[in-house]
Design a protein. Structure first.
Length: 447
């Protein structure tokens, strides 16, 4: 059977790997999976190919008998919100998130506004592989309607979060992407003085690439200092992730943003459960312990975290990339809500971002990657594993090598043709040693 779905959704180069034909088949397969019934919310980002793929997916859905509720250009969290708002049986988001502009993707969502689990994805893959889709008769073809989800989303946030009393100046960098239509306005409504950066919609992403990595955020760091702002906010391409720049122009890693959001969001919870992945910093364990709760570590990917929360509960979830899930709000990573949580934390504490960050234990991280074709990933992974015989190993979500003073994670990306190496330790020197060990193992294995 053809494997289409990666860590989350189907991704590929637009019009080459992810074609209108495949998008149509994905829409038709989803409608077949849903037995041709119910409304399906469809959202998209602003990539140059997104409207084309939206049309193709919509054609597939309606050909299969489902009604399509088009919410237009929205961040991913707004699509998740819209599914529940409009009582849809499922949702589709057209986005490649952090990938470069030539990529796009199709993500499927359940009726609870959470990403579909792997079991559901396999059923949809089987329908496509066997061409077992079912088209509706002429009188059963689905309808297409359009609805605004942005204002209801913002109204819901503003109804949940009071205006801040402290006048905060914030630079918001949306990478010329979907977050531009929500975050600057929402933070302004909350009472912040907002300086917008890269918030003009442009699917070629001329300001910076959608990945909120340190090398892509140098201008934001400089701007926060130049404007004497209290902090900066950086989204990825679909605004389900947020990184923060402190008032000194220093970038906080996604793990530390997650940790600060957790400290604020869970401040009144007794014995909270923090659900995360094996790729996330040890600082999350420290935060859980500080709050009198526990941390649960799982394999990599938002659907894995969400599925655990669905089955066993959890008070907050997230990943090392700055994607945080607030189960009492949405079962979806919401970078917009993370920005709001940081605003609330600054307002309630009266502290600076750098001071808040200093309350967390210090760890050193190195994240590297090398190109690795899809067909070589399994071979490379097996060869890497052989090199770490005798080490303490955790195979959840890749190969995690655990030492007394840190850890090393080696895993194939589920969204790009690359092999990743994450290393963390209590000293910078040790983190470098672990990262060097990992990269050597990958290259020796042929990665």
């Amino acid at each position: 059977m053809q494997r289409l779905f990666g860590t989350f959704g189907v991704r590929g180069i637009s019009n080459v790997e992810l074609t209108p034909k495949l998008a149509f088949e994905l829409g038709l397969a989803l409608a077949t999976h849903l037995r041709g019934r119910g409304e399906v919310a469809v959202g998209r980002d602003n990539r140059t190919s997104s409207e084309m793929l939206e049309n193709a997916v919509t054609a597939g859905l309606t050909s299969g008998g489902c009604n399509a509720v088009l919410v237009g250009l929205v961040p991913t969290p707004v699509l998740s919100f819209a599914i529940k708002r409009f009582r849809c049986v499922a949702g589709v988001m057209i986005t490649a998130s952090h990938n470069p502009p030539q990529y796009n993707g199709v993500k499927f969502w359940g009726s609870d506004g959470a990403g579909m689990n792997r079991e559901q994805e396999v059923k949809i893959e089987k329908i496509i592989s066997k061409k077992a889709w079912k088209r509706a008769p002429w009188h059963g073809i689905g309808r297409v309607s359009r609805s605004d989800a942005i204002m209801p989303y913002m109204d819901a946030v503003l109804g949940k979060v009071p205006r801040v009393g402290r006048k905060l100046k914030v630079v918001v960098d949306c990478a010329n992407a979907a977050g531009s239509v929500v975050t600057p306005r929402l933070l302004t409504e909350l009472g912040c003085q907002v300086i917008s950066m890269n918030c003009q919609l442009d699917g070629t992403f001329p300001g910076r690439f959608p990945e909120p990595s340190p090398q892509n955020l140098t201008e934001l760091m400089k701007t926060v200092v130049a404007c004497k702002a209290d902090f900066g906010v950086a989204h990825d391409g679909d605004a389900d992730r947020t990184l923060i720049v402190d008032e000194r122009g220093q970038l906080l890693t996604g793990d530390r943003v997650f940790a600060l959001a957790a400290l604020h969001h869970l401040r009144n919870k007794k014995r909270p459960k923090v659900v995360t992945t094996v790729a996330t910093s040890m600082v999350l364990g420290d935060v859980a312990e500080k709050l009198g709760g526990k941390v649960v570590r799982l394999g990599v990917g938002e659907p894995v975290v969400v599925e655990y929360i669905r089955r066993y509960g959890g008070d907050i979830g997230g990943e090392e990339n700055g994607g945080v899930i607030y189960p009492d709000w949405l079962l979806c990573r919401d970078g917009i809500m993370t920005a709001v949580e940081i605003v609330k934390l600054l307002d309630s504490s009266g502290m600076k971002v750098s001071d808040l960050d200093a309350t967390l234990p210090k760890y050193f991280q190195f994240k590297q990657k090398v190109e690795c074709p899809e067909k070589s990933k399994s071979k490379v992974a097996a060869a890497v594993a052989k090199q770490f015989k005798g080490y303490r190993i955790d195979r959840i979500g890749g190969l995690r090598v655990i030492t007394e003073d840190g850890w090393l994670l080696l895993r194939a990306s589920g969204t790009e043709p690359i092999f990743r190496c994450f290393a963390e330790a209590k000293s910078e020197e040790r983190a470098k040693e672990l990262a060097k060990l990992g990269m050597h193992a990958i290259k020796k294995a042929g990665g």
